[in-house]
Write a protein that binds this ligand. Sequence first.
Ligand code: NAD
Length: 482
Amino acid sequence: MPEPVQNFVAGRWTASHGTESLPITNPATGEVIGRVPLSTGADAGTAVGAARAAFPSWRATPAVERARVLFRLKTLLDEHKEDLARSVTREHGKILTETLGEVQRGIENVEHACGIPTLMLGDTLEDIAPGIDCETVRQPLGVFGVITPYNFPVMIPLWFWPYAVATGNTVVLKPSEQDPLTHQRIVELAQLAGLPPGVLNVVHGGREVVEALCDHPDVVGVSFVGSSKVAEAVYRRASHAGKRVQALGGAKNHLIVLPDADLDATVDACMGSVFGSTGQRCLAGSIVVGVGDAWKPLRERMLDGASVLRLGDGLSAETDMGPVVSATHRDRVRRFVDEGERDGAKLALDGRRATVKGLEGGFWVGPTVFEDVAFDISIGTEEIFGPVAGLNRATSLDEAIGWMQSSRYGNACSIFTTSGKAAREFRYRAGISMIGVNIGVAAPMAMFPFGGSKGSFYGDLKAQSRDAVGFYTDARVVISRW
Ligand code: NAD
């Protein structure tokens, strides 16, 4: 039985006081590869205390020196990229090219945060009145809680904590309890890079730790990513306790294909969007709509492509699609497929009984395709978070946009077309935060804000970019007369 992973508090690895722990599994084999403790609220409190104690001297460390720690971390992450990616594949299941992409996206956030001396600059205006000058200075606020989901265990924590510490704050991170192993290694690398004790702390666990961070009077703000139900609960709880909160939630993304689209490129992009990471991405396409004459060839090509995807261990070069993260999640995805059938959608490709020879203990769901998905049944409205496509036909762009807008989510959407006019109309009317034009996964890079709208996001300032700098600092205004 593996020992539970340790928390990281005040620069030391320490055992959790939680009496329970959960297994961490390799989803391709079902093998238990670690255990994660369910830490207590008191463990969270101890970590907040360590972060609070570290704040004054870290805040007083010049921004250029804080940035240098991140420069060193970036170099170390580059050196360990392959190992980190393999480790994510082992605990999450997605294929190595996908995990390499994830680690790269994480590194890009560290790179961007290295620019903090410039990103944090304030403004000044002389003579706002005769002899009176005005300036803004961006100041850090204290201890931030960062709570992250299982689907990007390297990248999503790196959307937040590098910016929080670059701006001079200190952090308590609670990673997903499903795949917390790889980020342990990143914390070691951050230590090697010279991040002082107490600046970044990690407490493993679940709801009890999250609620303790939301309630703790010394936590000034919370960055959260996860399902919408939990995002909303965290937003309500932490904002009720007077904190600033950014809470990124779930998604139901529509991809709309017009008859004039380049079909080869479009099908590639839609396939990658729906089945990449086994559908476990907040930017994954879920409903693919063929408008008018686009429908028939799109349907045929998507079905052909989906039916030949090879399931397997993400570490094998022969694998196109890995398992889903857990047996519980596999059963949930299968239940959605059962419901879709029962609710009258046409099941054109059924992945429920998929298995992989020699890996029968893995958590497999094969590529699954529905046609004619109504927008009042569960597979038309709920986030499935698995390799399940809903293919629909619309008579016009207007109809397709209407369907998209009926969703309570608003994370991402894409249009495929060669018409600039149609693309412009789409981006103008979409009302959704991350918009792709001939792009299957509309993922903003580190210098742009990442986050959705409607039921996909609770808060105002998003992850990454200048938004992160705004979230982790207060713009203080100084008005001077001498
Ligand atoms: P989740 O909501 O189950 O868990 C997210 C975090 O919240 C974890 O750290 C977990 O321990 C904690 N948590 C779970 N239940 C809780 C509760 N009742 N109270 C307090 N904390 C709780 O999400 P997940 O399954 O780990 O991740 C998948 C979800 O994350 C999907 O909905 C996906 O769309 C979403 N996601 C969104 C984005 C985005 O940018 N909007 C990015 C990645 C993932």
